[in-house]
Design a protein around this ligand. Structure first.
Ligand SMILES: [Zn+2]
Length: 294
């Protein structure tokens, strides 16, 4: 028997054993996901006005931000401005969104821009969303964080934002607690929603996975708490399906490679890992009308 045949038999034996243990074929850590480029659905850039979500600064400007992503193997991403998230006036979020457009342009092909507004002056906010879509080609909104400036997701103004996102077929990424998540998923089935974060405790994590599983227009994104609990990613994929689970890091706050490590080590097929690390976000962007780049 040749060495080649011995290796084939050995491999077949390993796969059969894995079938028995895990109920599915063993999948070795695949390198395929890095060939196309890991796509981070959740990045906050350091703003030109000094606003930076990082708790103790080590990546202070765009150059250092990009160098760190390189170190982590994150090749592409959706970026939004912390200036826009902290906006006290419409002018603040306009400046933030324009710096996003500037960096999308400067790092050609690497980033997709996202528009962030606050809903206090709703006419200005809706105009800004349309402007970012038409002028800069943004097809992503958020991450919206209502706690930062103190607004709610159950108001007529926020409903206007959701309806515009649905009408323009934009992806809308919203930081929520469980109650807010349930409300948005129920009330806006026509919107394409990405909910960042699995959750801070076991009860919340299980509820959040269940909400996304029940609402086909929604997606869970893996940044923040929850992903570090071994088995939770596998549970999310099992209940939601791999098509609606997205890789995101929340960098500059959190470590991009920590989430990647869990995705790579998880008991998932190579195909599922690819979906999570880049294919799903590529599909969402394409469906929202983004061109082929990045
Ligand atoms: Zn975030």
């Amino acid at each position: 028997m040749s060495g080649f045949h011995r290796r084939q038999i050995l491999r077949a034996g390993v796969t059969a054993l894995a079938d028995f243990v895990f109920g599915r074929p063993l999948t070795l850590p695949a390198q395929a996901e890095t060939r196309r480029g890991i796509f981070d659905a959740h990045l906050h850039i350091p703003s030109d006005n000094g606003e930076n979500f990082q708790w103790s600064l080590v990546t202070r400007n765009m150059q250092e931000f990009v160098a760190y992503l390189d170190k982590c193997g994150v090749k592409r991403g959706v970026i939004s401005s912390s200036w826009s998230n902290k906006a006290q006036t419409p002018d603040d979020y306009r400046q933030g969104n324009r710096e996003v457009a500037k960096y999308v342009d400067r790092y050609k092909g690497r980033f997709r821009g996202s528009c962030v507004i606050t809903p206090f002056r709703i006419d200005d906010a809706l105009r800004e969303i349309e402007h970012c879509h038409q002028e800069y080609g943004f097809v992503w909104l958020g991450e919206f964080c209502n706690y930062m400036t103190g607004y709610r997701y159950d108001t007529p103004e926020w409903a206007e934002v959701m309806k515009l996102a649905a009408r323009l077929k934009l992806v809308i990424q919203i930081h929520t607690n469980v109650r807010e998540m349930e409300h948005l998923a129920e009330k806006f089935p026509e919107a394409t929603i990405v909910f960042p974060h699995l959750g801070g405790n076991r009860d919340d994590i299980f509820k959040r996975i269940d909400i996304v599983a029940r609402h086909k227009n929604t997606h869970i994104e893996l940044s923040g708490s929850g992903i570090e609990r071994v088995g939770i990613l596998e549970k999310a994929v099992k209940e939601i399906g791999a098509d609606r689970v997205l890789y995101g890091s929340d960098f500059t706050i959190n470590e991009p490679s920590a989430v990647i490590a869990r995705v790579k080590n998880a008991f998932l097929t190579a195909e599922d890992r690819e979906k999570i690390l880049f294919r799903n976000v590529e599909r969402l962007l394409a469906r929202a009308g983004a061109g082929p780049r990045p």
